[in-house]
Design a protein around this ligand. Structure first.
Ligand SMILES: [Ca+2]
Ligand SMILES: [Ca+2]
Ligand SMILES: [Ca+2]
Length: 576
């Protein structure tokens, strides 16, 4: 073994290790590396064999990404979409006149391929061009050649999926035009630097290139690429800083081929010809909404980064051997990793316990276990009319009580009297505050509920909502929790008119994933993981008594806790 092993407690990855070692021992491939994160934890990072004759493959090896570049370049394009510089359905010709009103082979109808079609290989252009790899010209010059080569287009835009790099090269030039920045520099400034991808570049030397191979020219490392995946998995946030919008991260996983006939795809060679493309992502498995939940971006030289949202696995597989020779191995490795994390017993979270907030005077009463009796801790925080909000703002595993006052949040990192650590404006008077870990990065942030709409933010500061979710009715009360145990907090509501809890497992508008009868008009909803089982359950607080359950199903309370007085508001957290 060429480098340091990471062995995370609770995970048995010996099967994965044996699989990799056996493959390298058989010289298929001669060398490889693999990094795996499970949700917030790095659980595997190893390398075997050689990358070239006499040179060991290590976890630090810098590899050629080929098409695994696409995901990074398309993320950079989405930065421009986030900033409103371009729209996905804009015609490319709006920015590059050579692509306006293009003739099409066998058609009298002129065509205007869109940015979306260029990103999704359905533009009608040919897959490749000799201009792409030419270091003696600029991206502008290369795209002028691509325009000539594709006049006429080979197909009407939107009708045929033809995998390649030419149309993405064109989009790279659009980025240059709208930002006034070379694409190489734009990617570095907006993706590589914020994701701390210090050893990733469009050249082997790391030097600037005026004609970056947008769809296939990057070099990178295991850790750099994992940082990038970590950003995507956290809905666009990396180390507390926004790189991409949550909406952009989701859009990249949607079907962008939009019914186009698949004419040329590498998946035709893997017996999975109907695999559809997002932006940079191949969508290997879909959820019920058609969003890719097992997605990958394989490169022709044996690189295969992937994210499996079902199991919370983020993986980077690197070889430097043609992908068609290692594709089966990557499939086996992905299955073994899923198996290992599903069998794993990561450390159990400590249970949440109850508390109450007394809006009449701003007193907080917290219990350190879920039994009736006097509070274990009480203190004064806030003033009459404030509404409490509970979260782990600093990611230390302990929740603390903050307050919402007329469109302003006052958050503290400890439970006790004193002044707020964080004060900022979000929401409006009359909103109901909520808090949770919307992006699964281990820190809770705030949001508000306003008449059937959740407005959620991934950072505790003033700014626009990162998620706007239509969910529930105007008279519903919001309740949020990690109902499925994937470490992402999602929305729910309690409907006093019918006593139902409506819980959703994604922070998107849509129908409830789980709905059940529990509670009465006048109850206040509360959610928490009372046993350390790994997911939150719904309960209610009624006039001084908590009625709590250990599953999200209809039925009677599994236990009750008496605390507080009628008119108090319920709290739940890990208080210490
Ligand atoms: Ca904390
Ligand atoms: Ca978070
Ligand atoms: Ca969840």
């Amino acid at each position: 073994m060429a480098s340091v092993a990471v062995s995370a407690s609770g995970y048995d990855l010996s099967g994965v290790r044996s699989q990799l070692q056996a493959a390298v021992a058989a010289n298929q491939p001669p060398g490889l590396s693999l990094s795996i994160r499970h949700r917030n934890r790095l659980i595997f990072r190893e390398a075997y064999g050689r990358i070239a004759f006499g040179i060991p493959f290590t976890t630090e090896s810098r590899v050629f990404l080929a098409s695994s570049t696409k995901l990074i370049s398309m993320a950079a394009v989405m930065v421009c979409v986030d900033r409103g510089l371009i729209r996905l359905d804009d015609p490319v010709g709006a920015y590059l006149p050579a692509f306006r009103d293009m003739p099409v082979v066998g058609s009298t109808r002129r065509a205007n391929p869109t940015i979306r079609q260029c990103m999704a290989h359905t533009s009608g252009m040919r897959g490749t061009s000799a201009a792409i790899g030419n270091p003696a010209i600029t991206l502008e010059q290369a795209v002028a050649i691509i325009a000539q080569e594709n006049t006429p287009l080979r197909a009407q835009p939107g009708t045929e999926f033809f995998y390649g790099g030419a149309s993405m090269h064109v989009v790279g030039r659009v980025v240059e035009v709208v930002t006034g920045t070379p694409f190489d520099t734009f990617v570095r400034q907006n993706i590589l630097v914020p994701c701390r991808m210090t050893r990733t570049a469009f050249t082997e030397s790391g030097d600037f290139t005026a004609n970056p191979h947008v769809a296939g020219g990057m070099w990178s490392t295991l850790d750099d690429y994992m940082n990038f995946l970590t950003m995507l998995y956290a809905n666009g946030l990396f180390e507390g800083r926004r790189v991409l919008s949550a909406a952009a991260c989701l859009e990249m996983r949607r079907d962008q081929t939009q019914g186009a006939r698949i004419v040329s795809s590498p998946y035709q060679g893997y017996g999975q010809a109907e695999t559809r493309y997002g932006f940079g992502w191949w969508r290997n498995t879909l959820d019920s909404n058609g969003v890719g939940i097992n997605v990958s971006d394989g490169g022709a030289l044996g690189t295969l980064p992937w994210i499996d949202y079902r199991t919370g696995v983020l993986g980077v597989f690197f070889a430097q051997t043609p992908l068609n020779q290692v594709f089966q191995l990557t499939e086996q490795v992905r299955a073994s990793v899923n198996n290992a994390v599903q069998q794993a017993t990561p450390p159990r979270p400590s249970p949440r316990t109850v508390g109450v907030y007394r809006p009449a005077n701003g007193n907080v009463y917290l219990k350190f276990d879920n039994t009736s009796g006097f509070a274990d801790m009480s203190f004064f925080y806030g003033q009459a009319g404030d509404i409490p909000v509970v979260g782990d703002w600093d990611g230390d595993g302990v929740q603390s009580v903050g307050i919402f006052r007329q469109g302003q949040f006052f958050l503290k990192n400890t439970n006790g009297p004193g002044v707020a650590d964080i004060v900022f404006n979000f929401g409006a008077p009359g909103d109901w505050p909520v808090a949770g870990d919307w992006n699964g990065d281990g820190r809770d942030t705030i949001g508000v509920y306003r008449n059937g709409i959740f407005l959620l933010r991934d950072t505790n500061d003033a700014g626009p909502a990162d998620y706007i979710i239509n969910y529930g009715n105007p008279n519903d009360l919001p309740v949020v929790g990690d109902w499925d145990g994937d470490l992402f907090t999602t929305v729910g509501c309690f409907r006093p008119s019918d006593g139902f809890a409506y819980l959703r497992n994604t922070n998107t508008s849509g129908f409830a994933d789980v709905a059940f009868f529990y509670g009465l008009a006048g109850d206040m909803p509360v959610a928490g993981d009372w046993t350390g089982q790994g997911f939150d359950t719904f309960g209610v607080y009624r006039q001084g008594t908590f009625f709590l359950r250990n599953s999200n199903t209809p039925g009677f309370a599994d236990f009750t806790v008496q605390l507080g007085l009628p008119g108090d508001l319920p709290l739940a957290g890990r208080w210490r």
